[in-house]
Write a protein that binds this ligand. Sequence first.
Ligand code: SAM
Length: 256
Amino acid sequence: MRIEVVTLFPELIRAALGFGVIGRALTRGLAAVGTEDPRVHTSDAHRTVDDRPYGGGPGMVLKPGPLAAAIAAAQARLPEGSPRICLSAAGERFGQRHARALAALPGFVLVAGRYEGVDERVLVTSIDQELSIGDFVLSGGEIPALAVIDAVVRLLPGVLGDERSSAEESFAEGLLDWPQYTRPVEFAGLGVPDVLLSGDHAGIARWRLKQALVRTWERRPDLIVKAQLSREASRLLDEHLAERAAARAATIRGEI
Ligand code: SAM
């Protein structure tokens, strides 16, 4: 896989990709990330990449010419048909399903905006999709681009030590992750659930699924509504709800 990032700050992208799982994946050649700076595509002495917005108002807008030329140069290094994605607070919300879809491609272009954003005509002529990483405004698209790269590259075969890691973590089944524990067995007066020490693999799998269901139910009920729960998952969630109702009833009886 090859990812091209169009950015005014290529060093920022390169520097951030040198660490941990992603850094190792790039060093091992499991993915490659290139950059294209719109400044290279300017022709004036000041290498101007921004201009005032038509209609007035604060801030500057990325000029269409250098940006479109940079996107074309980045795309030329990728297989034909590779999508061009602009990071934008106004885009579709990026999620694990986007990461999975992008991880199946041989390449894509990420365009990081700056200033007040990108001239609309570049979005019309040179961009296939706009993605947002959340309902907040950052000063540039580099951090969102890095978030997308990280989420995608860690899904590539061979990147994580154990392929089960990405299959079992949050959102893999449309659910949040279950609680994790490691040694020591007691920390700050708190222990580890007995089942995790039992060696009973089926019991552990059931406990984890139930914890993931309960967490998702409590923290992100919208995900439960969307998730296609297996019969076992529905049964475990019903079991939890029945236990919770029984506990509440007991509390009320105790209070009376
Ligand atoms: N005027 C824009 C608005 O109100 O949406 C904000 C522009 S922002 C200061 C500059 C750039 O940061 C954007 O062009 C975009 O590339 C990036 N950006 C900011 N917030 C983002 C988010 N939540 N998701 C993705 N990209 C974002």
